[in-house]
Design a protein around this ligand. Structure first.
Ligand code: PLP
Length: 443
């Protein structure tokens, strides 16, 4: 294996913590304990990176299979050059700025149909979804937002409030305002993977929205991840979005697409989630990939919604869309196009998914292999029939992978899912290295 050099010598990571007890430890504590135990206790101390690789202070090379934010790869020279040039020209926003921010807004809007013509720049995914929610509330004058269970939209007050997987937790840091209604629909990747009737999820979601309207409190909007990142990378059931968007709009509400996780190439299209379903939202929140690692977020909407918002709500961001962010964002978009990274995501993703499925045929601990493009999910279970999660085994697998030079981490509500979302420039050779390493660990 010349790609990564010799496998890293054993790092002697501590063994996985004893079984988790949901009743005793809340999820955040568990996750924190897990992270401290496995990554902070004896972490590889990463100091640089290139493409899909990371290098620690001792010069050891790792394959980064989890960094969805480093869309064009770590330390891309074109991105670095654009940033450094702009840092020497003009660094900050001002009322009279001209150039970078306008050009960047136009570039982003050009990836979407003409109706979505207005761009707000923020600094993160949480800010983007927060603003998207405010746009829906303020422009409709309605306090209720419908969201999905098991989703994650961010940590700010509004985005956390609609992140029901966290807000359902009684110990959650954020509290959940009464204006959020959760849709118990399309939430279960287990259900979807077991072939449950997909239409039922859309019908359940639509029923929640209809019910609110019947109660005289029609929803201001509906927000969902257009691809279930939080569940480990699961596509929404076919026609889900068209049915739910139609219903929310029929009652005068706004359709919000959270494309923070998958927008801009991860699934092989600019906006795979809703493009795949042939529908257009009213508001799109993006971040992560577009910044290639820098704090950049954006909300794209129709001018008419933005104008209504401006009369009701407030928006100002000191650093959102700064000249440096803008040139970085433009360089990232250019690299995605020039290096055909969307196509790479499709091809390498399909290859890797096939390899993981093969692996699943041989190793019963693999429950489901799901996802698309370069957002794949691998679920480890103790029993394929009951799909009983295998969190301790997943933690141990990640430890062993790290010894073999692969950075991976357990995720999901049960900490038994690997979310495989490497930089979009990952090569097939690296994907094979990962699959080979996993094969070795499972064997
Ligand atoms: N929305 C989705 C779907 C996400 O996955 C995330 C982050 O993981 C966010 C929003 C929040 O983004 P950020 O961490 O940049 O605030």
């Amino acid at each position: 294996r010349t790609v990564l050099g010799d496998p890293a010598p054993a790092l002697g990571l501590p063994s996985a913590p004893a079984g988790h007890d949901d009743d005793v430890l809340d999820r955040r504590e568990r996750v924190l304990a897990e992270v401290q135990e496995h990554y902070y206790a004896r972490p590889p101390r990463i100091e640089r990176g290139w493409r899909e690789y990371l290098v620690d202070v001792d010069g050891r090379v790792y394959l980064d299979m989890v960094n969805n934010v480093a869309s064009v790869g770590h330390a891309h020279p074109k991105v670095a050059a654009a940033a450094s040039r702009q840092l020497r020209l003009l660094n900050t926003n001002s009322r009279f700025n001209y150039g970078a921010i306008t050009e960047y807004a136009e570039k982003i809007a050009a990836t979407l149909p003409d109706e979505l013509d207005t761009v707000f720049f923020v600094n993160s995914g949480s800010e983007a979804t927060d603003l998207a929610i405010r746009l829906a509330m303020a422009s409709t004058g309605r306090p209720d937002i419908v969201a999905m269970r098991e989703a994650y939209h961010g940590w700010t007050y509004a985005s956390d409030a609609v992140s029901t997987s966290i807000a359902d937790n009684p110990n959650a840091l954020g509290s959940r305002p009464a204006w959020v209604h959760t849709v118990d629909a399309a939430n279960s990747y287990r259900g979807i993977h077991r072939g449950d009737d997909a239409a039922k999820y859309a019908a359940e979601a639509a029923a929640v929205i209809d019910r609110l309207a019947a109660q005289g409190r029609p929803a201001g909007g509906f927000i969902c991840e257009t691809f279930f990142g939080n569940a480990g990378g699961v596509a929404l059931p076919e026609d889900y979005l068209s049915e739910v968007y139609r219903t929310v709009r029929a009652h005068g509400g706004i359709a919000i697409a959270d494309e923070v996780q998958v927008g801009f190439g991860r699934l092989g299209e600019w906006f795979w989630g809703f493009q795949q379903q042939g529908v257009l939202p009213d508001v799109v929140a993006v971040a992560k990939s577009i910044g290639g690692g820098q704090p950049i977020g954006a909300v794209i909407t129709r001018k008419e919604i933005a104008d209504r918002y401006r009369t009701q709500g407030y928006f100002f961001s000191s650093t959102g869309g700064s000249p440096v962010s803008s040139v970085i964002g433009m360089a990232v978009l250019d690299v995605i196009q020039q290096e055909q990274l969307q196509e790479n995501a499709r091809l390498v993703g399909a290859h890797l998914k096939a390899r993981l499925q093969e692996l699943g045929d041989r190793h019963p601990i693999v429950g489901t292999v799901h996802g698309s493009g370069l957002y794949l999910g691998l679920e480890f279970v103790r029993d394929r029939e009951t799909l009983e999660p295998a969190p301790d085994e997943t933690a141990a697998i990640c430890d062993r992978l790290l010894e073999l030079g692969v950075v991976m981490q357990p995720t999901g509500d049960f900490q038994n899912v690997l979310k495989i979302k490497p930089p979009l420039c990952v090569t097939q050779e690296s994907a094979d290295y990962f699959a080979d390493a996993l094969e070795r660990v499972l064997s």
